[in-house]
Design a binder for this molecule. Structure first.
Ligand code: ADP
Ligand code: MG
Length: 404
């Protein structure tokens, strides 16, 4: 079975359509610092507006504690949405209360309202099924149909994602369709060579992806904080770099499995070691098997892949037809340790094939480093969701839309 599409909902003219978006944007002092997720929601919203639906947009923002918290209000997002759609967008100051009901009742065909943060209501993320169901029931009174388009939350069994889709006639929006199309190309007959680039902070966050992708890819390039556990698994000292001792056996297992399958695991040959974990720390490049021999001795911390490794990774990426990248190569938040991430991002823009960026921090990194979204084959809006998909897990928010 495949996902129910918008067409399955029939004519939408005059219908109240709830759209579950993922408008969980980064905010600083009430200002949106990256509106990528708002922009990603536009195709579905424009389609519904053109179809004459009365559009009720809902989303979560941040992690409020199940009660109203002004710093997580969706009001700035509603404003940005209005600018991007170039039409007025109403805003309801509650989610399922008087303000929401009145705003929805006041909608004409083709008009749109954003209701306040779903997570201002404890029912949205409640552990207990019946509490979620009760909240979904209240939400359902605001609409005649649900379009689920918050790809970033489809791995979560939450009221607006799961229970609401059971109550109302429901279908997947265009963003979810696009995201799944790309993820399918990464799992079903990917064009080869197929390279996966993994970084980020911890191996333990990525174990599922590694074991699921290992049999499917031609090579895995390892950078970021996790590289030190790989180096240690090969017997190298890593000084004070991030090391997950309890994962050493697992990592040794991956190395052996990869060797048996003929999958190349490419580890750095040089790394940038710093005196301390800070933006302006003294630092130097050393060979990956001599980290403790840097001037900082046993207290040195590896914060980036070295330039030689960056060049090798970049070449391997450019030589591939399919590339999935998750996890920054270094602590890119500090400019002195962003070069490895930049080299990988640059190479990804030059892939003659499909180059995909997945992961919240990785997406933030490429934008912070000055790349534009359209330089990449795809930047996923859902880090956790895309990783769970690639791990082969069942995602509740998709299953409820008919996906199997
Ligand atoms: P994503 O969100 O893209 O999946 P992760 O959350 O796994 O990525 O990891 C992102 C974090 O990893 C970044 O904040 C980055 O600073 C950190 N990181 C990368 N390299 C290192 C390193 N060598 N040591 C410590 N942290 C690192
Ligand atoms: Mg992250």
């Amino acid at each position: 079975m495949t996902l129910r599409t918008l067409e399955s909902l029939g004519s939408l003219e005059g219908k109240r359509v709830i759209v579950r978006c993922d408008l969980n944007v980064p905010l600083k002092d009430g200002v949106i610092t990256d509106d990528g997720r708002v922009r990603a929601s536009l195709p579905t919203l424009n389609t519904l507006i053109e179809a004459g639906a009365r559009v009720v947009v809902c989303s979560h923002l941040g992690r409020p504690d199940g009660a109203p918290d002004p710093q997580y209000s969706l009001e700035p997002v509603a404003k940005r949405l209005s600018e991007l759609l170039d039409q007025p967008v109403a805003f309801a100051t509650d989610t399922v209360g008087d303000s929401a009901r009145e705003a929805v009742a006041g909608l004409a065909n083709g008009e749109i309202v954003v209701i306040e943060n779903l997570r201002f209501n404890a029912g949205e993320t409640a552990k207990d099924d019946s509490t979620r169901k009760a909240f979904a029931g209240e939400l359902a009174q605001l609409g005649d149909a649900l379009v689920s388009d918050g790809f970033g939350v489809v791995h979560r069994k939450q009221a607006s994602v799961y229970e609401l889709a059971e109550i109302l006639p429901s279908a997947a929006g265009l963003l979810i369709a696009t995201e799944l199309d790309v993820l399918d190309r990464l799992t079903e007959n990917p064009e080869r060579p197929y390279t996966v680039v993994l970084g980020g902070s911890k191996v333990s966050d990525k174990l599922g992806v590694i074991s699921h992708l290992l049999p499917r890819v031609d090579r895995i390039l390892v950078g970021g904080g996790m590289l030190f556990t790989f180096l240690a698994a090969q017997g190298h000292a890593v000084a004070s770099s991030l090391l997950e001792k309890d994962q050493l056996d697992t990592v040794r297992g991956y190395l052996a499995d990869a060797a048996e399958r003929g999958v190349e695991i490419v580890l750095p040959t040089d790394v940038v070691v710093a005196e301390s974990f800070s933006a302006d720390a003294a630092h130097e490049t050393v060979a990956a098997d001599a980290i403790e021999e840097s001037s900082f001795g046993a207290s040195g911390i590896g914060l980036d892949i070295g330039p030689e490794t960056g060049a090798v990774f970049a070449q391997a990426i450019r030589d591939s037809k399919t590339v999935f990248w998750n996890g920054p190569m270094g602590v890119f938040e500090f400019p002195a340790f962003a070069a490895g991430t930049k080299a990988v991002a640059q190479a990804l823009t030059e892939v003659d094939g499909l180059g995909v960026v997945g992961g919240g921090d990785s997406a933030a990194a490429v934008r912070q480093l000055g790349f534009a979204d359209d330089q990449f084959g795809h930047i996923s809006t859902g880090g956790g969701a895309s990783l769970e998909f690639l791990e082969g897990k069942k995602l509740p928010g998709l299953e409820v839309l008919g996906w199997a």
